[in-house]
Design a protein around this ligand. Structure first.
Ligand SMILES: Cc1cc2nc3c(=O)[nH]c(=O)nc-3n(C[C@H](O)[C@H](O)[C@H](O)COP(=O)(O)OP(=O)(O)OC[C@H]3O[C@@H](n4cnc5c(N)ncnc54)[C@H](O)[C@@H]3O)c2cc1C
Length: 489
């Protein structure tokens, strides 16, 4: 078998991989090669489908201004940019993971998020403002998520195209259709990889290896194995190439695991979309402004617990747990103006002038749906004003489950229903790394030369604050790349 010698090898072709490769080259690695399983037209893993929002610690408008140099002052003055503090980021991570996220790793994530995002700007990534609502001419954002990378194309591919251009300019080689089929070495020292491409199998001897091969979410067999009953039937929001074999090979080598192995990021998505590579078009995150019922006509979770960015990643699971793994989001005409454009552009509502008619159209017993909505309407605290711009405290009283915010009566026809199911984004179970992005073995010692970043790392439990994945990628990839370079020299 042919053998090459390359000091630093990065496995994967998503954003974590590019960030690690660029950091390694910048830190002096003489040669860096990226191995991407997918063919060129499909490169980039989940990052290709990502909205690429970034949640990170920043101090306010002066700092954000440096990311938007081309925006004119009049426009910039319209942006409402309160700071997002380390305490807020820590609080969000702790709360949604039920206190289970590693203290050490979350400290690194939070404390290095600012420097890592500035590093992206310094190496040449271009930015624009992220999703917002405009009220009286002011632009309001989700806390901590004001900007994201866009160089013109938009979406996740935009970030990847920018990274690829930067990496190519630095002399980093990206090999497509290059599946990593084995790791060489043992649980004390990594020695390289075996690569399978369409023409041959060959070995690369490497001093350092950075694993950025994503999670196992696109493997139905592994979803069934780790995520429980019927998880093999989940729709997959991202890349079909993220089938988790590199993660499994590393575990077989003796790597330690971390994160929530029966947990995953799973969101409510349009039930009519295909099974894989669905992207953001199918996102149905407007549930905070209506009610969601199962096919029996009953509500089953608190739709207004918090902003969707703090609940969407677990709400997919709530839907998957219902009969047939399907549910219906129901809105009246007071709520429909609040729905994201994706509701209008990428699907059609099931519409009816009466609840009876709507129930028949979605095959729910009309008497039950009428009862659910009547009961909900009379439980709404109408004395509290409705305010979509904040947690308004307008809740229900006396029904279970409660709706904690944005509870509004459903009484202005025509009524709209959207069929939703749960779509998996990425699995939470992965490899255990330390604060230097080194992969640990089961004796808790670093495997010399082996680093990891991105979805292949186990970090989250139960739930996830939106837009933390991309930030985790850049924070740990920067560390992994720099340390891999030091080892690879
Ligand atoms: C629809 C959608 C929207 C999202 N929106 C956001 C967002 O707004 N903000 C945010 O923070 N996160 C978001 N995410 C999550 C985010 O995209 C991921 O956390 C991130 O892409 C993970 O990056 P990664 O590089 O670790 O993995 P990936 O991007 O999945 O890359 C893994 C790479 O490994 C390659 N690979 C797999 N197996 C092998 C093998 N055997 N050999 C060689 N290569 C292999 C794959 O082909 C791929 O290139 C979103 C995800 C989806 C699907």
């Amino acid at each position: 078998m042919r053998t090459e010698n390359i000091p630093v090898v990065v496995v994967g072709g998503g954003s974590a991989a590019f960030e690690a490769a660029v950091a390694a080259k910048q830190a002096g690695a003489p040669q860096v090669v990226m191995l991407e399983k997918a063919p060129e037209p499909e490169f980039g893993g989940n990052a290709r489908f990502s909205h690429t929002g970034f949640r990170w610690v920043f101090s306010g408008p002066e700092e954000i201004r440096r990311f938007l140099p081309d925006m004119d002052d009049a426009m910039f003055d319209k942006l409402h940019i309160p700071p997002y503090t380390a305490e807020q980021f820590h609080g969000d991570l702790q709360r949604v993971t039920c206190g289970r996220i590693s203290k050490e790793l979350s400290d690194v994530l939070v404390s290095q998020s600012n420097a890592a995002i500035h590093w992206m700007r310094e190496v040449g990534i271009k930015w624009d403002i992220d999703s917002h609502v405009i009220i009286d001419g002011r632009y309001y954002f989700e806390p901590g998520m004001v900007i994201h990378p866009t160089g013109g194309v938009g979406g996740g591919l935009d970030q990847l195209m920018q990274w690829r251009a930067i990496a190519t300019k630095m002399g980093i080689e990206l090999r497509y259709e290059s599946r990593v089929a084995a790791l060489l070495g043992n649980d004390r020292r990594i020695e390289g990889v075996r690569v399978s491409d369409p023409n041959e199998e060959y070995e690369i001897r490497a001093n350092s290896l950075v694993l950025c091969a994503g999670g196992f979410q696109a493997s139905a067999e592994k979803r069934a194995r780790y995520l429980g009953a019927n998880a093999d039937l989940m729709k997959v929001r991202g890349s079909k190439h993220d089938t988790g074999e590199v993660l499994m090979i590393a575990i077989d080598l003796g790597a330690k695991t971390a994160g929530h192995w029966q947990g995953a990021h799973a969101t409510p998505i349009d039930a009519t979309f295909p099974d894989v590579e669905i992207s953001n078009k199918a996102n149905r995150y407007g549930y905070t402004y209506g009610i969601t019922v199962n096919s029996l006509g009953q509500r089953f979770f608190d739709e207004g617990e918090a902003r969707h960015s703090y609940t969407y990643a677990k709400t997919g699971w709530a839907v998957l747990g219902q009969p047939g793994a399907v549910a219906y989001q129901i809105y009246d005409q007071k709520a429909t103006p609040l729905l994201n454009r994706r509701y209008y552009e990428f699907s059609h509502p099931i519409e009816a002038d009466t609840i009876d008619e709507l129930a028949k159209k979605i095959s729910i017993e009309p008497a039950v749906l009428n009862h659910t909505i009547r009961e909900f309407n009379s439980a709404v605290r109408k004395d509290i004003p409705f305010d979509a711009t904040k947690l308004d405290g307008r809740c229900t009283e006396g029904i279970t489950p409660k709706k904690s915010n944005w509870a509004d009566t459903i009484d202005k026809p025509p009524y709209w229903a959207y069929a939703v199911t749960g779509g998996i984004t990425f699995a939470f179970g992965g490899l255990q790394i330390n604060t230097q992005a080194q992969v640990l073995n089961t004796s808790n010692n670093p495997i010399r030369g082996l680093f990891a970043s991105g979805d292949i790392v186990g970090l989250f439990f139960h739930n996830y604050p939106s837009c933390t994945g991309q930030t985790r990628n850049v924070v740990f990839s920067r560390l992994a790349g720099r340390n891999a370079a030091a080892q690879g020299l």
